[in-house]
Write a protein that binds this ligand. Sequence first.
Ligand code: NYM
Ligand code: MG
Length: 211
Amino acid sequence: NGGGKGGRGALIVLEGLDRSGKSSQCARLLSFLEGKGCATEGWRFPDRDTSVGKMISAYLANESQLDDRTIHLLFSANRWEKRSLMESKLLGGTTLVVDRYSYSGVAFSAAKGLDIGWCKAPEVGLLAPDLVIYLDVQPEKAAERGGYGGERYERVEFQKRVAEHYHSLRDLTWKVVDGSLPMETVEEQLRELAMNCISECQDKHLTNLTW
Ligand code: NYM
Ligand code: MG
């Protein structure tokens, strides 16, 4: 834990549209923190390795059809099934860099027209992040980057609605980083945010998402 003895790890979440650069930045941040001697793991949601995650993955690949509320609850269940491991890692001093979390859950489902309050409800009681970094990229710009893999939701019109919902979820604790800046600039900003967060959260208790 960055040299601090006995402190807990930080729960650091990266959010953003598809093709906003989250996954690359998570990987870069992870190797930076490891290089600093900080106990760190990279996580992502959906975690496609669990049995729930496999159902989600099949849905996203259009290999199965599921009712909108059903898939919403599966995404949430996929976080719940990792909650206790997440808590023990953090309490054991490991910082987690997480690619997507509850905010993806709410923003993507609400973009389909589901009620926001209904979407938030199953997330209550999951661990609250110490830091949420939103990689801000215009939907059109993200689409231009190419590499939408043809999964469900990977259409610019849909991503625009997701962006609006992300916008309404932002609160004072979010750090918005301009994801259209050069990769190295974004990387530098993330390093600083993460290092500050890790040192500050040492004396803070873990809390739950309330919403
Ligand atoms: N997604 C992700 C949701 O709709 N709800 C969620 O709770 C989460 C975590 O899954 N388009 C969507 C956002 C993405 C898709 O994620 C797959 P990724 O990071 O592209 O593997
Ligand atoms: Mg994707």
